[in-house]
Design a protein around this ligand. Structure first.
Ligand code: HEM
Length: 516
């Protein structure tokens, strides 16, 4: 395409005006643009990857009425999210996003445009929802994660002792994940048999699946009348969730709020701000809780995918169990502090994230921008194709193969000579005889930094919940693996959509066989 557009850039403090070309891209048709090109693939990201072979690593594409740009390699992704993070910080204006947040997507942390309120919300959430290691909050994630995992194992043992049939595991994991989140963030947990709780967990799971899908109506808003029922369903789900949060979590706490006592949890922190700051709106608090409690769905779904990987390849399960047994000796549950000693288990979770290749939420240019010499006009939707980073030979060998070892490296550590134990773990060396000279030995650890592996994105709008996801998933998955062999009746049932970390609410059942 030869279209030229005026693009204003604010480089070196001055306003520049330049004529920049639009990135090349496919021919677009009236009304649908090039939407039809996404149709032949299971995921739009597969279609983007194909189109990039023809039009280059940055290309433009019109989807319905929306001008879009897709970036398809690491350096361009960095250019968009790091260098241009400030000007590509908006989100698309999809009708579905509004429906999920009481008619205004700016109520949501992940789907809103950038604003001072968003900055404030991110800062408010950081301490509890994105804590650094060695903080009290991080330690509490560990305590709660292990407590809820032990409860989960009891439930699963009860079920598997009554029958050896496959079980509908997903709703059980989802309830456990929700209790991890509500217990950690709000110091409230719910009974598995509580019907209202079950309904809300189901709604969250439906929404998680929904948010991971793309619909024609996102780009062709005039189709909305045909989606009326669907949109109503979305509104009702989220309305039910907010009522539950209000009546079963917030109102209870407001009665007993003690602003003088030390801050107890995330909810406490939010209510104090509400109490102290007249500019803070009560609804902001409710929506924030909805967003962050909703994060539990990603944990439940991710753990399902980890167990799926084990059911597909029993060798992965064998290695995980060997590692866990060497550390816990079957005598205690797995805790978060075991994480550095269980590199293969952690690498399996990372490999699941790579294999699933969860898409990065689309960004929108809030000003005219210049990406790699191409003009990106204000309002353009920018798709970050991380699917290509996870699935191309350029970034790792045999990307189609599930192989946790791609996240592992050998490191040399000093250990005491004559150690009686050979699992290669630091904890063993600590138990070794004192007074003997140190020897160097190799041990496995998780690679610290893989530049092209960015499941939580980079830049200004990076995921706030990554510590919660990785730590809660770790405790849940490791404890299940410690207690059960995992299998499935028919391996072909284990169907997973490409570029998606979600499974449908009703999905395949699994076999759990208690370990001796
Ligand atoms: C498998 C699990 C998860 C994955 C793969 C994931 C990934 C992502 C990605 C890719 C983004 C968009 C970043 C961008 O636009 O550049 C994001 C945003 C976000 N995530 Fe996550 N996430 C996960 C779980 C969670 C959880 C558990 C929470 C909360 C506890 C959470 C909270 C958020 C929030 C609040 C944002 C919006 C940040 C913003 O737009 O300013 N995420 N996440």
């Amino acid at each position: 395409r030869k279209t030229e557009r005026w693009v204003k850039t604010n480089k070196y403090g001055g306003v520049e005006t330049a004529i920049l070309r639009t990135a090349p891209g496919p021919v677009c048709w009236p009304i649908i643009g090039s939407l039809h090109l996404l149709g032949g693939h299971e995921s739009p990201f597969q279609a983007f990857t194909e189109l990039s072979k023809k039009y280059g690593d940055i290309f433009s594409v019109k989807l319905g009425s929306a001008d879009c740009v897709v970036v398809n390699n690491l350096s361009l992704i960095r250019e968009v999210l790091n260098q241009n993070g400030n000007v590509v910080a908006g989100r698309p204006d999809f009708l579905r996003f509004h429906k999920l947040f009481a008619g205004d997507r700016n109520n949501s942390l992940a789907l809103c445009d950038w604003s001072n309120l968003q900055l404030r919300r991110r800062n408010l959430a950081r301490r509890h929802c994105g804590p650094k290691q060695h903080t009290d909050s991080y330690a509490r994630i560990g305590t709660v994660g292990t407590f809820e995992s032990v409860e989960l194992i009891q439930t699963l043992k009860g079920l598997t002792s009554r029958s050896d049939a496959s079980i509908d595991l997903k709703p059980i994991l989802m309830k456990s994940a929700m209790n991890m989140f509500s217990n950690y963030m709000c110091s409230v947990r719910f009974d598995d048999e509580d019907l209202e709780f079950q309904k809300i967990v189901d709604h969250f799971d439906e929404i998680f699946w929904e948010i991971n899908q793309g619909y024609a109506v996102d780009f062709l808003p005039w189709l909305a009348p045909f989606y009326k029922k669907h949109m109503e369903k979305l509104s009702n789900w989220s309305q039910d969730i907010r009522s539950f949060i209000l009546s079963r979590i917030v109102e209870q706490r407001e009665i007993s709020l003690d602003t003088e006592a030390p801050e107890k949890d995330f909810l406490d922190g939010l209510l104090r701000v509400l109490h102290e700051d007249p500019t803070m709106d009560r609804n902001t608090i409710i929506f924030m809780l909805e967003d962050f409690l909703g994060g539990h769905s990603s944990v439940g779904n991710l753990v399902m995918l980890c167990l799926t990987a084990v059911a597909r390849d029993p060798e992965v399960g064998r290695k995980i169990r060997q590692e866990i047994d060497a550390v816990t000796r079957g005598k205690r549950p797995v805790g978060l502090t075991d994480r550095s000693h269980l590199p293969y288990t952690e690498a399996t979770i990372l490999e699941c994230l790579r294999y699933a290749s969860s898409p990065i939420v689309p960004h929108v240019a809030t000003e005219n921008a210049n990406i790699s010499g191409y003009g990106i006009e204000k309002g353009t939707v920018v798709f970050i194709n991380n699917y290509v980073l996870n699935n191309s030979e350029q970034y790792g060998s045999e990307p189609e193969k599930f192989d946790p070892s791609r996240f592992l490296e050998k490191t040399r550590v000093r250990t005491r000579r004559n150690s009686q134990c050979d699992s290669g773990l630091e904890s063993d060396s600590e138990r070794a005889p004192v007074g003997k000279p140190d020897v160097e030995r190799e041990m496995l650890s998780v690679k610290k930094n893989i530049p092209h592996f960015i499941p939580f994105s980079i830049g200004k709008r990076t995921c706030i919940g990554q510590t919660m996801v990785t730590s809660m998933s770790f405790t849940m998955f490791a404890n299940i693996m410690q207690s059960f062999e995992v299998g499935v009746e028919n391996i072909n049932d284990l169907r997973q959509k490409p570029a998606c970390v979600a499974l449908p609410k009703n999905t395949y059942k699994m076999h759990l066989i208690p370990r001796k």
